[in-house]
Write a protein that binds this ligand. Structure first.
Ligand code: C2O
Length: 354
């Protein structure tokens, strides 16, 4: 059976937060008796939101984005659309604040399994729509950190301005732009010259996003798992296994961004606090873009999984009207139907065979 959207009234202390973290509450606002609505896609006639590469965003866009985030940060802390509530949603689903319905004591974990891409897609979807609503702009789109292209292989400068609402002090101060990003970062900075590092990054992208997947197409059934992550059903232990892009570069980029002066690499370097850093949403924009690219360009018509335990897995989010919405994985598969897409910036790693 599919993992079901949790009982929100049953949110508890997150079990996966390390003991060295400050005391936190991950449970999003919820009042008993709130009735959830089932997700419906936006009208086909609504504007397409085109997510720009963060390093290409112009001043007018940046002004809008900063205004939206600052308004989100000013919402009352208990408004489900506030920045304070938004990061909790990630914390709750990522650190074991919910048990699986029907399995007390068995946590819901949306990482390291086949729910990784769909869950994060919808988390960004609602976050983006809330931001757009706050500035009255139906075309507003989140930026993406284009770390798969040489010009995006450093921390995106729009987040590095100390006076901006996009700033977060808990980041690795040695990795500010233009310091080059290592997509395979494991705790120490490489000493190779920058152009070599860029080539290495492109090779990593080729390996993680294409090569293994092409090989795996030969074996048929397993190909989706390699990219998407392992099956995870009701009653299963969490974290059966991550897909290629979740493992690398998703995890290393988190770690590279987080602050080594903090006990657990907060904010970006550990799940519970990751979404307190606004750059989280740009990082996950590009992660989501990888799924979009895979489905659209590399494997046209690929349905990932046809298993109803995947398609009918469900989650709760609050939408831009602060309504509680139940989303199923089957609702998440088509960005065009969700009315967003990505700026076309090319794929310099497509032929970067090592
Ligand atoms: Cu839910 Cu990048 O982590």
């Amino acid at each position: 059976a599919p993992i079901q959207a949790p009982d929100l009234g049953d949110c508890h202390q997150p079990v996966d937060v390390p003991a060295t973290a400050p005391a936190i509450n991950c449970c999003p606002t919820y009042s008993t008796g709130t009735v959830a609505v089932d997700f419906t896609p936006p009208p086909a006639s609504s504007p397409l939101r085109v997510r720009p590469a963060a390093h290409l965003a112009d001043r007018a866009y940046l002004a809008k984005y900063e205004r939206a985030v600052s308004l989100m940060k000013k919402l009352p802390a208990d408004d489900p659309r506030s920045f304070e509530q938004q990061w909790r949603v990630h914390c709750a689903y990522c650190d074991g604040a919910y048990d699986q319905v029907g399995f007390p004591g068995l946590e819901i974990q949306i990482h390291s399994c086949w729910l990784f891409f769909p869950w994060h897609r919808m988390y960004l979807y609602f976050h983006e729509r809330i931001l757009g609503k706050l500035i009255g702009d139906e075309t507003f789109a989140l930026p993406f950190w284009n770390w798969d292209a040489p010009d995006g292989m450093s921390f995106p400068a729009i987040y590095a301005n100390r006076w901006s609402p996009l700033y977060d002090p808990r980041r690795n101060q040695a990795h500010l732009p233009p310091f080059p990003l290592d997509l395979d970062y494991s705790g120490t900075d490489p000493t190779i010259p920058k152009d070599q590092l860029i080539d290495q990054n492109l090779n990593i992208m080729y390996r993680q996003a294409i090569h293994e997947l092409r090989l795996d197409m030969i074996s048929g059934a397993r190909k989706a798992q390699l990219f998407m992550g392992q099956p995870y059903r009701a009653g299963d232990q969490p974290e059966p296994g991550a897909g290629t892009v979740e493992s690398v570069p998703h995890n290393p980029v988190h770690r590279w961004t987080g602050d080594p002066r903090q006990p657990n690499g907060e904010d970006m370097g550990i799940f519970y606090s990751a979404a307190r850093d606004p750059v989280f949403f740009a990082h996950h924009g590009n992660v989501d873009r990888m799924w979009h690219i895979r489905r659209g360009l590399l494997f046209p018509g690929d349905t990932d999984f046809t298993d109803p335990d995947w398609l009918d897995a469900s989650f709760f989010f609050y939408d831009e009207e602060a309504r509680l919405v139940r989303v199923r994985v089957r609702d998440t598969l088509d960005p065009a139907a969700l009315r967003f897409t990505y700026q076309d910036v090319g794929l310099p790693w497509l032929n970067a065979k090592p």
